[in-house]
Ligand binder design. Structure first.
Ligand SMILES: Cc1cc2nc3c(=O)[nH]c(=O)nc-3n(C[C@H](O)[C@H](O)[C@H](O)COP(=O)(O)O)c2cc1C
Length: 200
């Protein structure tokens, strides 16, 4: 603690702690099907995010939780509790969204439905893909996020199955998306930090 801080009673220990406490942001893979491309897209976002060093970023794979279809079991499957615990540990989200029949996947909707408070008062960004950049699915997700009290940020990178993938399966993103991903992450971090104060 420096002389001036001692004199004025400034608690630098607390400040250092606050500075060192990074937000936890989950990069949620929205698809679970065999042969899905979402892990490639999620990994690409994570690599861009990790270079920033401004938050703890992790891939959150819905498939890992073996969630049953909502309402078809007694709700005691360990994956349901684990899913809620994982979401509760996160301050914000980046949803990797793929377009299925002009909307989000059933797997993502089911996973969204399986939690409530763990989503509330947090922020999220969307990275989507499809024949028209997954835009229709992303807009559906925005409506759902309103109900779950997730604040969705404006900037939304949209990836084309035709120009950002080879044969619709090998992810080769164009460089032009990089700025948009970083801008989206700026907004997710800012809002996640602001909303954290509401949850205390
Ligand atoms: C059931 C199904 C429905 C689809 N519907 C659409 C669609 O409406 N619009 C679109 O752009 N792509 C559609 N697609 C193509 C997917 O966006 C594409 O296969 C994408 O790779 C799926 O993401 P995933 O590989 O992570 O599962 C559909 C794919 C599936 C499996």
């Amino acid at each position: 603690m420096g002389f001036w801080n001692k004199l004025f009673g400034k608690n630098t220990n607390n400040e250092e702690t606050i500075e060192m406490t990074k937000l936890n942001i989950g990069i949620v893979l929205g698809s679970t099907r065999e042969g899905r491309v979402s892990p490639q897209v999620g990994q690409w976002v994570k690599e861009i995010a990790d270079k920033r060093g401004d938050a703890n970023y992790e891939i959150v794979d819905i498939a890992d939780f073996n969630l049953p279809f909502l309402g078809t079991t007694d709700g005691t499957e360990p994956g349901i509790a684990a899913w809620n615990e994982k979401l509760a540990s996160l301050d914000g989200f980046v949803f990797i969204v793929q377009e299925y029949n002009h909307s989000i996947t059933g797997a993502l909707k089911n996973a969204l439905d399986f939690a409530r408070e763990a989503w509330n008062d947090k922020a999220a960004g969307i990275v989507s893909y499809g024949s028209t950049g997954g835009a229709r699915a992303a807009e559906h997700l925005r409506g759902i996020m309103g109900e779950l009290m997730i604040a969705d940020v404006r900037t939304h990178p949209t990836l084309s199955l035709f120009t950002d993938f080879e044969n619709g399966s090998v992810f080769k993103p164009q460089d032009l998306h990089l700025d948009n991903v970083n801008l989206m992450l700026d907004q997710v971090n800012a809002w996640s930090g602001a909303l954290k104060t509401l949850r205390k």
